[in-house]
Design a protein around this ligand. Structure first.
Ligand code: BG6
Length: 484
């Protein structure tokens, strides 16, 4: 793509996602030399503004995301055009402008176009149809990038999916789940399949329980209107945590690099998800946060109806019915307004068989492999060693690979930056395929419908707490050991 003409169109350029994520990541790529100098970044949205007005709006969002000395040069590549998302004439005029820019770029006879949808899903299909009819690249690739919400349940997602499939082929569609762009999530394949000591243990014979956690220490903060229509399951579990689950638990793909690997990786993920039966109300603890005296509760958010039953916390026991994992509970836990901001995977092994009689004293705690996605990426293995010094009793310690200590100078770009580069390179394994998305909705839709019908109510928990105590009880009841 560096040698061809390149146009990136940000549909919905005035919105929050574009300003906070899309443009800063494009700037990051530009500053690091991953965008060609001749690139044109065209913003498109309904509101009227000039190129300079767009640049003024973007400037404050870019300052922390790249080389400041390149900011003005980057902004000079950013253009703006206004128009409706279903307005064919406006898109035809956009196409005419793009042809002019491509002619000016003059580096190649091939012109590639990437359309980044930073718009709400109710206009996805309008914008996709307009592009399909009037603005696809006449000489190179056309790629469409979309981000959740992809519907609100299985059927609505299917409808959206069929609509998009009539317009673009699967290899033109890049469905973003930004968790797939995080360093530690990208690391899972290598960690699992490039370390021979892990694979023999990575199954029901040795693993007791797996916990995948997402915690935020802030509430919905003015996003209540959006959040109330979605809830924590649609916001985090159905997408981000289910993606992590599939990478933690899938079988080795046929290939993870080289020709066809994007298909193979996603085939393996789909096969795994198809072994997961739907989660039921009995498998979950739901919560909704209340104020702590200082910070407001969820229902105090002005966008949230006073009687909302939307969960802001969910801990769910997910089963995987296949040969590798039968009987091993995977606990997926996510919550807003908790005691910490953290996302991690804990693979808890069975306790050593000799634990109860070989050593005197209390039971030996289980080994645990912890993969911390954020903050401060780390992989550590809770390991029992002899207490150092003159004592001989076992002590729980850690083999620790903390990335900020081991790789302090490595450029660690934001997830969106990594994913944008993958799109330019045509690398689809870090994007969610259509059948993968449907398999994930199949797991969560019956529970979501049961909650929508009032069959499960959230338990109140205090802002800043660990969430409802019932969630810890649920984890313990399926075998998770809290060892501090
Ligand atoms: C988004 C959710 O997809 O992910 C937000 O809509 C959430 O509610 C965010 O805050 C978390 O992303 P990260 O990268 O900060 O963990």
């Amino acid at each position: 793509y560096m040698l061809d003409n390149l146009i990136i169109v940000v549909i919905g350029a005035s919105g929050d996602l574009a300003k906070k994520k899309t443009y800063p990541s494009l700037f990051d790529l530009y500053s690091h030399g991953y965008l060609p100098e001749h690139v044109v970044i065209m913003g498109y949205a309904r509101s009227h503004k000039t190129n300079d007005e767009l640049r003024d709006q973007l400037r404050p969002f870019l300052s922390d995301h790249g080389d400041a000395s390149k900011m003005e040069e980057f902004l000079s590549k950013c253009m703006y055009k206004s128009g409706g998302y279903d307005d064919r004439d406006a898109f035809a005029s956009l196409h005419a402008d793009l042809l002019d820019y491509e002619a000016e770029q003059e580096v190649s006879t091939t012109s590639n176009r990437l359309f980044y949808f930073a718009v709400p899903p109710n206009v996805f299909l309008d914008a996709a149809r307009s592009i399909h009819e009037t603005a696809v690249s006449p000489s190179g690739w056309t790629r469409i990038v979309v981000e959740k919400p992809f519907g609100h349940d299985y059927d609505s997602c299917k409808e959206l999916s069929l609509g998009l499939a009539e317009l673009f082929t699967e290899d033109q569609l890049y469905r973003i789940d930004h968790y797939l762009g995080k360093e530690m999530v990208q690391n899972l394949i290598c960690l699992r399949f490039a370390n021979e000591f892990l694979e023999p243990l990575w199954n029901r014979n040795h693993v007791q329980c797996v916990l995948i956690t997402f915690k935020e220490d802030f509430g919905t903060q003015g996003r209540g209107g959006y959040f109330d229509k979605s809830g924590i399951i649609r916001d985090i579990l159905q997408n981000h945590l289910t993606q992590v689950l599939s990478l933690v638990a899938m079988e080795p793909p046929v290939r993870v690099s080289g020709p066809g690997h994007s298909h193979y990786v996603r085939d393996a993920k789909v096969q795994l998800l198809e072994c997961v039966p739907p989660v039921t109300v009995e498998d979950v603890v739901l919560g909704q946060y209340v104020g702590d005296g200082e910070r407001e509760g969820y229902l105090d958010d002005p966008g949230v109806p006073a009687d909302s039953q939307t969960p802001t916390f969910c801990s769910a026991v997910v089963k995987i019915q296949n040969r590798r994992w039968d009987g091993v509970p995977f606990i997926l836990k996510a919550g807003k307004a908790l005691d910490d901001r953290k996302a991690e995977i804990r693979v808890q092994f069975k306790p050593p068989p000799a634990g109860s009689y070989l050593f005197d004293g209390p039971a030996i705690p289980p080994n645990e492999l912890v993969i911390r996605l954020q903050p401060k990426e780390a992989i550590y293995l809770k390991t029992n060693v002899k207490a150092p010094g003159l004592r001989s009793a076992p002590l729980q310690s850690e083999l620790d690979l903390s990335y900020h200590l081991r790789y302090p100078d490595t450029y660690n770009p934001d997830a969106y930056t990594r994913l944008l580069l993958d799109i330019l390179r045509g690398q689809q394994s870090t994007f969610v395929r259509d059948d993968e998305l449907m398999a994930s909705w199949k797991i969560w839709t019956p529970l979501l419908h049961a909650i929508d019908e009032g069959q499960a109510a959230p338990i109140p928990y205090r802002f800043g707490s660990r969430g409802p105590a019932e969630a810890d009880e649920l984890a313990k009841s399926v075998g998770f050991v809290y060892s501090g």
